[in-house]
Design a protein. Structure first.
Length: 465
């Protein structure tokens, strides 16, 4: 996150402190959106998050009556869901105008003299700065080229001018609204929209791996869920034998297993049996040696690794229904760039990671839907730091099962100054809940969506079937 720079040339540069407030350039500030305790992305001191730390056991004992965190994850029998939803949250406010580029609008190019991506046919510009045409008006950022074949095959769709009713332009407030499934922050359910979906359909699945967050923190969308689990890495979970006893590891594990499998029904014995069931399941999946199919190659990045692990869970047939992943860093106040720069680096990883996942899944993508969302978009006008500030309308992507792709869905409001929302933002004309509602309704057969999105009336034009 940026630090305001001293100097006359930066006097009109505006910075973000993560709370919706801004400062004019000319004084130095250390500005981090994760500095507030218990905020999205905040790790230390969090009281509303649940952690699963690396490693199952330390030594060879449980405290009397205690249950290990992983013992709650039993890779056992349970009706497998037909559909899987993978939610990738782009935290920091991704610039939708340079992801799905309205290159056909003159106002876009005028507002961004250095950051605008060139039209596909503009031969005056280098090929790597020209967008990839989608429909004659919108184009895809060239760093997302790995996703273009999926769009042309009708498997990928974009949604533009989409967002919530939050006007604070604060990361915290906007993320809170979306993850709680509300129009804007304020009175309403404190639980997350995914948690309420899981509760409303609780009888549909008994798998403890029904909902998984790949990372160190449970996202607010899963807050309140009793059947959601945080997994920093599938590879970290194993029975740890002290180094001094490593030569006797095999007989010790056999004895340890026998001890708990032949025990009674007390909490410790039950925890032991469940833990070994988990270990057996993870061993069968062998995440450390998981080999992607169909020639897929994941980037060596947190997102690439996370999607690789999601693929492993899907292939492991453990009843996974929803997986949540985060990719941060989208708060591009400075050095946003076009073919190079901050945004290009993020998009390069995003495009390659998602394309690798789709390739790896192959025909199984029929039952997998991938949703890419962010808390808000960026200001239409570029700033003097060669970046963009917090805005309103943003962009979403949907990929996979049931998606009516090959189209950008938008009630486009226009980018001329008089068409923008003050102080100069793309207007929100599509409610993000329409997209979520479509997914839950059509992919999961949810019939009680009033419980998931209280007071909301959907009106989206059929992006998911």
């Amino acid at each position: 996150f940026p630090v305001a720079i001293k100097g006359e040339s930066m006097k009109d540069w505006w910075s973000c402190n993560g709370t919706g407030q801004t400062w004019e350039g000319g004084s130095e500030h250390s500005l981090r959106s994760d500095s507030r305790p218990d905020s999205p992305g905040s790790f230390p001191g969090s009281t509303r998050r649940r952690f699963l730390m690396g490693g199952l056991l330390s030594g060879l004992s449980w405290a009397a009556g205690a249950r290990t965190a992983l013992s709650q994850i039993a890779v056992g029998p349970g009706r497998e869901r037909d559909s899987v939803l993978v939610v990738i949250f782009l935290r920091g406010g991704a610039d939708g105008l340079n992801l799905i580029v309205p290159y056909g609008e003159d106002a876009y190019h005028k507002a961004r003299p250095t950051l605008a991506m060139a039209a596909p046919t503009d031969r005056r510009k280098a090929a790597e700065t020209r967008v990839l045409d989608l429909d004659g008006f919108f184009g895809l950022h060239p760093k997302l080229a790995p996703l273009l074949p999926l769009y042309r095959e009708g498997k990928l769709a974009g949604v533009h001018a989409v967002g919530s009713g939050d006007h604070t332009r604060s990361h915290f407030e906007a993320m809170t609204a979306m993850e709680r499934g509300q129009k804007a922050p304020g009175p309403g359910p404190s639980s997350g929209w995914i948690a309420r979906h899981l509760s409303a359909t609780t009888g549909d699945s008994t798998s403890p791996l029904r909902a998984v967050a790949l990372g160190n923190v449970l996202p607010d969308s899963l807050r309140g869920a009793t059947d959601a689990t945080v997994l920093p890495s599938l590879e970290n979970y194993r029975l740890r034998i002290p180094e001094t006893l490593s030569a006797h590891a095999a007989p010790l594990q056999t004895s340890f297993r026998t001890l708990y499998e032949s025990g009674g029904n007390d909490a410790v014995a039950q925890a032991g049996r469940e833990t070994f069931t988990v270990l057996d399941g993870l061993r069968r999946m062998d995440p450390a040696n998981y080999r992607p199919s169909h020639g897929a190659s994941y980037p060596e990045s947190p997102l690439g690794s996370g999607l690789r692990q999601v693929a492993c869970l899907i292939r492991g047939r453990v009843g996974l229904e929803i997986a949540c992943l985060d990719k941060g860093g989208w708060d591009t106040h400075v050095a946003q760039g076009t073919k190079e720069g901050w945004l290009a680096l993020l998009l390069d990883d995003l495009g390659k990671s998602v394309a690798a996942f789709a390739r790896d899944m192959g025909p199984e993508m029929r039952r997998v839907t991938v949703l890419l969302m962010t808390e808000f978009g960026r200001r239409v006008q570029e700033n003097s730091g060669l970046g963009t500030d917090h805005g309103r309308g943003g962009a979403m992507f949907l990929l996979g099962g049931g998606v009516a792709g090959g189209k950008v869905y938008a009630r486009w409001p226009g980018l001329e100054p008089e068409q923008r929302e003050p102080p100069g933002d793309l207007r929100v004309t599509n409610d993000y809940r329409d997209v979520l509602d479509e997914i839950l309704r059509h992919r999961f057969g949810s019939s009680d969506l009033e419980a998931v999105f209280p007071g909301f009336t959907p009106r989206f034009p059929g992006i998911v079937a």
